[in-house]
Design a protein around this ligand. Structure first.
Ligand code: PLP
Length: 436
């Protein structure tokens, strides 16, 4: 810790939420140098949907390293990449009737977004991109220009241009339909809003506060894009790879976006990797027009291909949905019990949020949870939403254990912070277990 304090930049942040020196991790658990065990309800911000060091991926990785398999290859053809492309095509695209060209844009989520924005501008010749209130798409300049959060945007140090923000689903409450609102702006030549090259959207805004877009809202957004010649970009970086249940979060809406950004859990193992999926007609790049050194991370390709075995049937989706419902039910009980402190939970599948009505409370709760052995984060522009994002492979017992730590932390903090608020106990551990 001392060397970190002394020479690592002040820019770090998660280490303040989780002040320990971590050493090992397995499945749904992380361990610090004191040997303390933490239940992980954070999943590496969505990069560890299959847990830490999944044994079957580790085995494939070790075998590959042992035989001196190629590690770095830019965009040269490698056996590891060909296997991954084959698996992605046969396991993910073909069964869903989806047709995409696959671009390796660079190792991180923001690389996938930058490639998508650049390509949409090239295809349409238009300059603007439309994004949504509370969106988060990454920290490089193009991605920041379509991100809502003022603190992150200010970090750019220059004006962020060529994007227009529109209200996300439900932004003004139920009264105002935000697709109608957008339609009015786009069809009125006096509105001052230019037709954009693309609209970029998350079906569930994760960093933005677990804001869920209704499926019919997404369908109408797709129609609006078609009507106005704007490409539809789905940012699946945090809520793709099964986080909401199906592999792609847009599947239940029956959509086929023009461009899809994937990263985080696509490698399955926490290794950096990203993909930009492009409808074949839009694959209009010239060779080398969007380049980068680290687009051929073969170790990630090995684990990514192995991770796709989870998706050979619908079973995994069903399990995720079942667990997600159990988490939601438990959070609803908490919200009912502490109705002056929490709003109703929201989320889809295994990304669930519990919004706090009191400023600063969510951070106190996650800090208390950490002290009690649970890693979980907050979301939203004011950090006011408790974010529940366990690994998708979590077993019932660990899920219950993590939820109970969260409940105990809420009891401790809410009892302390607001003695006048409802602090009724939340039921016995045995009763709680029944909800999972
Ligand atoms: N898009 C979404 C929806 C994200 O949640 C994130 C990161 O949290 C990004 C893009 C950026 O990904 P990265 O941090 O890997 O650049």
């Amino acid at each position: 810790m001392e060397i970190t304090e002394r020479i690592e930049s002040r820019v770090r942040s998660y280490c303040h939420s989780f002040p320990a020196v971590f050493d090992k991790a397995e499945g749904c658990f992380m361990y610090d140098t004191q040997g303390r065990e933490y239940v992980d309800f954070f999943s590496g911000a969505g990069a560890l949907n299959y847990g830490h060091n999944p044994p079957h991926m580790k085995e494939k990785l070790l075998e590959y390293i042992e035989r001196n398999g190629l590690t770095h290859s830019l965009d040269m053809v490698s056996t590891a990449k060909e296997r991954l492309l084959g698996q992605f095509s046969s396991t993910i695209l073909e069964p869903r009737g989806l047709e995409y060209k696959i671009q390796f844009p660079g190792p991180t989520g923001t690389n996938a977004v930058e490639a998508a924005l650049k390509l949409a501008r090239k295809i349409t010749g238009r300059k603007k991109i439309i994004s949504f209130t509370n969106a988060f798409h990454g920290m490089s300049l193009g991605s920041l220009s379509v991100t809502g959060n003022a603190f992150k945007r200010n970090g750019a140090g220059i004006p962020l241009m060529l994007s227009d923000t529109m209200p996300f689903c439900g932004y003004f409450g139920e009264e105002l339909d935000t697709i109608d609102y957008m339609e009015r702006f786009l069809s009125d030549t006096g509105s001052g809003v230019d037709l954009a090259a693309a609209v970029i959207v998350e079906s569930v805004q994760a960093e933005g506060g677990i804001n869920v877009a209704a499926f019919d809202w997404l369908q109408r957004l797709a129609e609006l894009c078609r009507r106005h010649g704007m490409l539809l970009i789905f940012d699946e970086i945090q809520v793709g790879c099964g986080r909401t249940g199906p592999f792609f979060s847009f599947e239940p809406a029956g959509l086929e976006p023009d461009i899809v950004c994937l990263s985080k859990s696509i490698s399955g193992y926490g290794l950096p990797m990203a993909l930009t999926l492009i409808k074949p007609a839009w694959d209009q790049w010239e060779p080398g027009e969007h380049n980068g050194t680290f687009r051929g991370h073969n170790l990630a390709f090995i684990t990514a291909a192995e991770a796709l075995t989870y998706w050979k049937s619908d079973r995994f989706t069903e399990e995720i949905q079942k667990k997600g419902k159990a988490v939601h039910r438990r959070l609803q009980e908490i919200a009912d019990q502490y109705s002056r402190v929490f709003q109703p939970p929201r989320g889809r599948g295994m990304i669930q949020g519990l919004p706090c009505s009191q400023a600063g409370l969510a951070k106190k709760i996650t800090r208390t949870a950490f002290d009690r052995g649970l890693i979980m984060e907050t979301a939203g522009p004011e950090d006011n939403v408790l974010k529940f994002m366990p690994p998708l492979i979590i077993d019932e017992e660990t899920l219950t254990r993590g939820l109970e730590i969260a409940v105990e932390s809420i009891e401790e903090v809410v009892g302390r912070a607001a003695p006048s608020s409802n602090t009724v106990a939340l039921g016995s551990a045995a009763e709680r277990r029944e909800t999972i």
